[in-house]
Design a protein around this ligand. Structure first.
Ligand SMILES: C[S@@+](CC[C@H](N)C(=O)[O-])C[C@H]1O[C@@H](n2cnc3c(N)ncnc32)[C@H](O)[C@@H]1O
Length: 275
């Protein structure tokens, strides 16, 4: 039987954005801010206290920022933060109790357990960063791809776009990010955990967007646990001393290194480099 391969979808088969005029920038941000102010001003008239009404406004602008289709990070931040900053400038937040200012700090701590600082903080993979790699790393349908440290799932989406028939999985140390990622990427299996503890055997590919310091350990782990012929894919950081099968570099975007496990050219790393 001929093996089914997972290649890039032809342009016509790629999902088209259903976004209509309403998503044309800067309309979504203006609508989000308008809706947020409307909630803040109208809910008190219906008997809701000022603080919960302002929170509803912030939640609305945050939700619109979240839902923006294929928007850049700065557009999302602008949409989400425009309303709270306007509230701050208007002096409306001065009535909030002092402990509320600790909430963003608590949120940051939940999103980034201290352990995660050793590897990499959250920084998303651009959707098209891996475009074209499916032609180089041909995977059978149902092959498992793991994003080690999957954050909010941007890497999972880029992987699914490139290998649409693969089984996409993610592991993320922050339970808050894991939860948000699972909600954003229902096509993937997302678990909370430490990528260094997770078994990589059985994965046809492991994808990383971590830190330069993590790469030697990741290569060592991949060589110990992954089958010959499988792939280690890294955005932005290369494995020191290993030779990549493919290096994808495009102007204006991070390079991508694709390593084949067990390839004679890829080399190995001294024991002790791994975790
Ligand atoms: C640069 S972000 C990349 C996120 C995602 N892979 C992407 O490309 O969009 C690195 C992510 O790895 C997570 N992380 C760091 N160390 C980890 C570990 N030991 N186990 C699991 N996740 C980890 C961080 O919380 C962060 O979300």
């Amino acid at each position: 039987m001929q093996a089914t391969t997972v290649g890039p979808r032809p342009p016509s088969a790629r999902p088209r954005s259903k976004a209509g005029w309403v998503w044309r920038w800067p309309l979504p941000a203006l609508l989000a801010w308008f809706g947020a102010w409307a909630l803040t001003l109208l809910l008190p008239a219906a008997g809701v206290a000022a603080m919960p009404a302002q929170c509803c406004g912030m939640a609305l602008s945050g939700a619109v920022a979240w839902a923006l289709p294929q928007a850049s990070a700065w557009r999302r931040w602008l949409t989400a933060l425009g309303f709270p900053l306007a509230l701050l400038a208007s002096g409306a937040l001065s009535a909030w109790p002092a402990w509320c200012w600790l909430l963003p700090l608590a949120l940051l701590w939940l999103a980034y357990p201290l352990r995660a600082w050793r590897d990499a903080p959250l920084y998303p993979t651009p959707l098209l960063a891996l475009q074209g790699l499916a032609e180089q790393a041909v995977l059978p349908a149902g092959a498992r791809i793991l994003d080690a440290g999957c954050g909010l799932g941007h890497g999972l989406k880029a992987l699914q776009r490139e290998w649409p028939l693969a089984r996409i999985e993610g592991v993320e140390s922050s339970w808050l990010l894991r939860l948000a990622c699972a909600l954003r990427c229902r096509f993937a299996q997302v678990r909370q955990g430490d990528m260094w503890q997770r078994d990589w055997s059985g994965c046809a590919m492991v994808y990383l967007f971590q830190r330069p310091e993590s790469m030697a350990g990741a290569w060592s782990k991949a060589q110990r646990e992954m089958a010959g012929g499988s792939w280690l894919l890294s955005l932005a950081f290369e494995v020191p001393g290993a030779v990549a099968e493919v290096v994808l570099s495009r102007p204006g975007s991070h390079p991508v290194w694709l390593y084949r496990i067990g390839s004679p050219s890829s080399g190995s790393i001294r024991p002790g480099d791994g975790r």
